[in-house]
Design a protein around this ligand. Structure first.
Ligand SMILES: Nc1ncnc2c1ncn2[C@@H]1O[C@H](COP(=O)(O)OP(=O)(O)OP(=O)(O)O)[C@@H](O)[C@H]1O
Ligand SMILES: [Mg+2]
Length: 403
């Protein structure tokens, strides 16, 4: 198989490392050939804190993916996250001479560069400049200005940036393996590629990917990204709260959360308990179900309220006609969609990757949305490449020098 038909997505998550191998089909669809995974160590809140350990885990997941898909992996699209990721919207503008023939690819690149001429913190690097809309001589809503006549080309971009060294740590971890880094993609942008359809993006939607260490979000209105970012809270915080609050070991707290937990309050019978059996050094315990659910509820409420405050800094949340799509491992918490609906006052549902062939039901699990989304992102980038003759990436990329 020609190597350029293959696309590999890698998520170095706080809880698990996931590698997805996909193959581009002639009809434009993508087939998932295999998914490899390994438990994650050396990662906190979505960022690498122990390089050597994280590398070993990535290698484990890679060899699992190679075995399952029967291919040699040479390069990956890697997801990044972390509370350092920030975003803003900005308009770029280029003036074209009176006798200019037609707007071309270089003008598109120039307007993107112009939109990036804003100050971001010195230690930060641009991760994505995602086109929202073009305007030619004041005409709004131009989808593709290439070939049009005009003297003033403007473009609105959603720009995502983050701390350069923290992004580079992820890149280095992959390069040391050694593997090529094809591109670096913000996790929520990847997840949205498979959790949402184009129509849902057009009608407006918010994707919330709640993992072990982070809550990544991305909001679409009129098919364009308007807000995105990361909050450094995830399922590990809930597990930690349960462990501290009920005085039980972390591993038991994690299992208790998954097997018995719910974010819904007031659903238990009075005095209803869950019995934790004794096990290797743990004496066993009986815990009140309502207490367990209250701990989970309070942490999830705090996370959603924090996110709502962040989103409320702009008005876009009022325009998401399709509502909220919750994905990532924590979306499996019972009742999480109801809590999101209560707090945001917008319909919410749990979502996973839907639009790939070869995807077995085991991976139609919200924990794999980011890694599978990376494949869809890669497919879009590769489809765009020949047309853009080297300007390439539809969602843009780092400034030169970051890698
Ligand atoms: N059935 C379940 N019910 C509740 N929580 C679950 C369930 N399955 C997994 N989780 C939680 O989901 C979290 C892991 O999710 P996920 O695999 O999406 O994280 P990650 O991608 O590794 O982390 P991050 O993206 O934050 O770096 C853990 O906190 C885990 O406890
Ligand atoms: Mg994740």
């Amino acid at each position: 198989m020609a190597s350029n038909d293959l696309m590999v997505g890698l998520e170095i998550g706080t809880s698990k490392i996931c590698v997805v191998v996909g193959e581009a089909r002639l009809d434009g669809t993508t087939k998932i050939l295999g998914v490899g995974q390994a438990p994650s160590r050396g990662v906190r809140k979505g960022e690498i804190v122990d390089f050597e350990t994280a590398m070993k885990c990535v290698l484990e997941a890679l060899s699992d993916a190679e075995t399952k898909s029967d291919v040699m992996i040479k390069g990956v699209y890697v997801g990044v996250t972390g509370a350092h990721i920030q975003s803003f919207n900005n308009r770029g503008c280029v003036m074209l001479p009176d006798d200019y023939e037609e707007i071309d690819e270089q003008d598109i690149e120039d307007v993107k560069i112009n939109a990036r001429e804003v100050s971001i913190p010195a230690q930060n690097a641009f991760l994505h400049s995602i086109i929202q809309h073009y305007h030619v001589d004041g005409q709004d809503g131009v989808l593709n200005p290439v070939g049009m006549l005009g003297q003033k080309l403007e473009a609105d971009f959603h720009i995502i940036h983050g701390v350069r060294t923290r992004i580079q740590n992820t890149i280095r971890c992959v390069k040391e393996l050694p593997l090529e880094v094809e591109d670096v993609v913000f996790n929520a942008l990847a997840s949205a590629q498979v959790v949402l359809t184009q129509q849902q993006k057009n009608l407006g939607a918010l994707v919330i990917d709640i993992g072990g260490g982070t809550t990544d979000f991305i909001l679409y209105v009129d098919g364009a990204v308007k807000q995105s970012g990361t909050i450094g809270i995830g399922g590990d915080h809930i597990t930690n709260d349960i462990s501290m609050g009920l005085r039980i070991p972390m591993a038991r707290a994690e299992k208790l959360k998954i097997d018995e937990g719910s974010v819904i309050l007031g659903n238990c019978l009075p005095g209803e308990t869950v019995v934790l059996k004794d096990d290797s050094g743990f004496a066993g315990k009986e815990v009140e179900r309502e207490t367990l659910n209250t701990i989970i509820h309070l942490r999830m409420r705090e996370t959603f309220e924090l996110l709502k405050r962040t989103l409320d800094e702009e008005a876009f949340i009022n325009f998401i006609g399709e509502g909220i799509f919750i994905t990532g491992g924590c979306s499996l918490l019972r009742g999480i969609d109801n809590l999101a609906e209560e707090i945001f006052e917008i319909p919410a549902r749990v979502a996973h990757a839907q639009t790939m062939s070869g995807l077995t039901s085991a991976f139609q699990n919200p924990q794999f949305s980011t890694a599978i989304g990376l494949i869809k992102y890669a497919q879009a980038v590769q489809a765009e490449r020949p047309q853009r003759r080297g300007f390439g990436r539809i969602f843009s990329r780092f400034l030169p020098g970051i890698r």
